[in-house]
Design a binder for this molecule. Structure first.
Ligand code: NDP
Length: 254
């Protein structure tokens, strides 16, 4: 039956999902675990990591949370080293963790620029670098980067965020070409506006204006992104690489 097949789509896979405490990352982690993967979800705090472990355990699913600041390359090396020692090197990496700060370019200070680039872009470089060796050895792997519609369109107040998200697309295409011959796919999912903590501060007037730009007339839900990630991570998406999949209700249709 279709349901049973979905439940085993990621059987035997180990998925590292960054930013799995809330929003899109949480939905991806749960969806992957429900499809049979062992999920390692990252959080910035011990409480966050425990909440991931408890959530998966309460759902009777495999996996646990770990603490990782994705903007810290040394922490990435250490935590991926721990995964290696415990035989949990990921066959699937989802670079989801991200932050969005709102500021006009003329006011952005060096620290703010560097924080947004480190969290949204450099993290994907360091994490991909940390896991790619084992994927190459196993001749199997999936890397999914969570970009944004703003990586294509830009947005006022988001020059750093948009630059980072556009950078993910270049990273995705380059790495996809480097590792394709080893059965490793690398793709970007670019969500539009999804209802999460990241978008909850948008006021009603702006929300209404945004809805006007979405042909499907609703904001995205985390599960909309998670289902696309499941497709790319599983055998269903095995012939897709170097792509940017726009999941945005039809905004920015070209
Ligand atoms: P949320 O703000 O709801 O959640 C962000 C997640 O990222 C949390 O799990 C948070 O962990 C984690 N995180 C933040 N900073 C770090 C860090 N330095 N190291 C590790 N983890 C970190 O975001 P969304 O779910 O909305 O967004 C997820 C991704 O989707 C992001 O990359 C975002 O840019 C992208 N996106 C979102 C859109 C939207 O409309 N929501 C639209 C387009 C793209 P903790 O809980 O521990 O703080």
């Amino acid at each position: 039956m279709a349901i049973e097949k979905t439940l085993t789509l990621l059987e035997g896979e180990i998925a590292l999902v960054t930013g799995a405490t809330r929003g899109i990352g949480k939905s991806i982690a749960d969806e992957f675990a429900q499809a049979g993967a062992t999920v390692i979800g990252t959080a910035t705090t011990k409480e966050g990591a425990e909440s991931i472990s408890n959530r998966l355990s309460n759902l009777n699913l495999n996996g646990h949370g770990i603490v990782l600041d994705v903007a810290n390359s040394e922490q990435i090396s250490k935590e991926v080293g721990n995964l290696k020692e415990t035989d949990l090197m990921p066959s699937i990496l989802v670079n989801n963790a991200g932050i969005s700060l709102d500021n006009l370019l003329m006011r952005i200070k060096k620290d703010e620029w560097e924080k947004v680039i480190a969290t949204n872009l450099s993290s994907a470089f360091y994490l991909s670098k940390a896991v790619i060796g084992s994927m190459l050895k196993n001749r199997h792997g999936r890397i999914i980067n969570i970009g944004s519609v703003q990586g294509s369109t830009g947005a006022p107040g988001h020059s750093h965020y948009s630059a980072a998200k556009a950078g993910l697309i270049g990273l995705t295409k380059s790495l996809a070409q480097e590792v394709g011959s080893r059965n490793i796919t690398v793709n970007t999912i670019s969500p539009g506006y999804v209802s999460t903590d990241m978008t909850k501060q948008i006021d009603d007037k702006m929300n209404q204006a945004l809805l006007e730009t979405i042909p499907l007339k609703r904001f995205g839900k985390p599960i909309d992104i998670a289902k696309t990630a499941l497709y790319l991570a599983s055998s269903l998406g095995s012939y897709i690489t170097g792509e940017t999949i726009n999941v945005n209700g039809g905004m920015n249709m070209l």
